[in-house]
Design a protein around this ligand. Structure first.
Ligand SMILES: *[C@@H]1O[C@H](CO)[C@@H](O)[C@H](O)[C@H]1NC(C)=O
Length: 489
């Protein structure tokens, strides 16, 4: 008897649990898909009722008026599409509420010297604060990513495109546009939102820009953060691989995107446009015109990662290799901007170190020089020096090569992977790692016959053509061509 009294509530309880579980399964398997299908239908209807009848390309770039390197990519991409497909309607989703279309286009013309057709539609988004880092003091990555989905929904509601291209790396919008919006999705990624390096910092408990000291110190917090990052990286891979075409800006980004998104077959590497054309057009001065002086030009901000001390130590070694009369003609010119008191202190330290190594007659510092002077310094130079370890790319190296310097760059990161070629027959510059190697390479350049030196300069110039606007547009169009092929069928 007692047994039955006990059993009844247990059975009731189990029944309740089963009922709840069934409800949940019903919701997930039936209601959710129905809602999603309805939602998708809503947008395909919106697309049919759209006033623009032809193909619409929607480009997601909430900060399109910022005038930085990412915007140069955006406008060059727009220019490329306008030129190749004049009938296509281009819309740009932007959050620059204070800038009207004429203002944005005239600003673009001024900043990038790029003339665009004015038939671009600007779709203004009001929810941009949801993708700003300052909105989320904690769980910033996740917050910004979910915020971008919200912004994406606002974009879809305003205009449903046929082809969606994100040029700012908001990967969490891809499944939304692909599965709900029914668009073809293309991505141009400059920088992975989360990289394996960031995971490493948290795992090894190193304090870094993405890892506060208090978290690095505490094993429990570090463990939690590592799990959060792991989960985020997993989600990032999931959403990122929804894109139909992935374009990355360099080998460095490609490597990281490949490890997280895992879709190398649809990933293309297209270098962003650098304005090298006018530098390539500059005349090359001969040794006589340079008064037989050998100027080594180092263009770098006075930041610790740029590693100015390595330059000075290399000069010190160089002195012991060269004959005294040659050494007298060698000068290292450090050009850079000084942004604050800390930078100034570093310049002072460098000058002290130069004195200490007895190099002060052969080293010159030029701070905050205007662009025209910078160009004339490069023209007077023979060798360009770069010493930063693991630079992601190195636009400065490309510009120096375009202007005619023979570059000696650090043998790591972008300079090694993307820019400098040292194989016999196609040498366009040199790589080095420590002061002895730098000194040897510089000495060998100084001792080269002028003819050989000139051949390298010319090879360097023609090799950086692959970073020009023209090549960017060609490669970009080639990567996204499948979108237009399937649209025209
Ligand atoms: C790719 O984008 C990142 C982030 O903007 C930048 O640091 C890097 O230099 C870019 N690479 C190239 C090749 O411009």
């Amino acid at each position: 008897m007692i047994f039955y009294f006990l059993m009844t509530p247990i059975i009731l309880f189990v029944n309740m649990l089963l009922l709840i579980a069934l409800c949940k399964i019903f919701c997930i398997l039936v209601l959710l898909p129905i809602l999603l299908i309805k939602w998708r239908k809503f947008y395909s209807k919106k697309r049919e009722e759209r006033q623009q009848t032809g193909t619409v390309v929607g480009i997601f770039h909430p900060y399109c008026n910022a005038g930085g390197g990412g915007e140069r990519v955006l406008w060059a991409a727009v220019h490329a599409i306008q030129t190749k497909y004049p009938d296509i309607h281009i819309a740009i989703y932007t959050g620059d509420l204070d800038a009207d279309p004429e203002k944005i286009l005239s600003q673009t013309e001024k900043t990038f010297n790029m003339k665009l057709q004015p038939n671009i539609e600007f779709v203004y988004l009001h929810g941009r604060k949801w993708v700003e880092a300052s909105t989320y003091p904690y769980f910033t990555l996740l917050g910004q990513s979910l915020g971008s989905v919200y912004l994406g929904i606002e974009a879809l509601n305003n205009l449903t495109p046929d082809i969606y291209i994100d040029t700012m790396g908001y990967a969490f919008t891809y499944p939304l546009f692909k599965y709900i919006g029914g668009c073809l999705v293309g991505s141009y990624t400059h920088y992975p939102t989360i990289s394996t390096d960031m995971l490493k910092y948290v795992y090894r408990r190193i304090a870094a820009y993405n890892n506060r000291r208090i978290i690095a110190r505490n094993p429990l917090l570090s463990g939690g953060k590592f799990l959060y990052y792991k989960l985020f990286a997993y989600l990032y891979g999931l959403v990122g691989s929804c894109a139909d075409i992935v374009i990355v800006n360099s080998s460095w980004t490609e490597e990281h995107i490949n490890t997280i998104w895992k879709c190398p077959l649809k990933t293309h590497r297209v270098y962003p446009p650098c304005s090298v054309e006018h530098l390539i057009g500059l005349p090359l001065l001969s040794d006589e015109e340079k008064n037989k002086c050998i100027r080594i030009i180092a263009i770098a901000q006075f930041r610790p990662e740029k590693n100015h001390p390595l330059m000075l130590r290399a000069m010190f070694e160089l002195r012991s290799i060269l004959k005294e009369e040659v050494w007298e003609k060698v000068k290292l010119v450090c050009i850079g901007s000084c942004r604050d008191a800390e930078d100034e202190r570093r310049v002072k330290d460098m000058q002290d170190l130069a004195k200490h190594l007895a190099l002060d007659k052969n080293v010159e510092f030029k701070l905050n020089v205007p662009y025209s002077e910078l160009v004339s310094e490069i023209q007077k130079g023979t060798i360009g020096l770069h010493t930063m370890w693991n630079e992601h790319f190195g636009i400065g190296i490309v510009e120096c090569m375009a202007a005619g310097l023979i570059m000696v760059a650090h043998s790591s990161g972008g300079p090694r992977a993307d820019i400098i070629e040292t194989r016999m027959g196609s040498v366009n510059g040199f790589l080095a790692e420590d002061e002895m190697e730098y000194a040897k390479v510089i000495a060998s350049i100084i001792q080269m016959p002028p003819k050989v030196r000139n051949a390298i300069r010319i090879a360097a110039r023609s090799s950086v053509n692959r970073f020009s606007c023209e090549i960017f547009e060609k490669e970009f169009l080639r990567a996204i061509e499948p979108f237009f092929r399937s649209k025209q069928e």
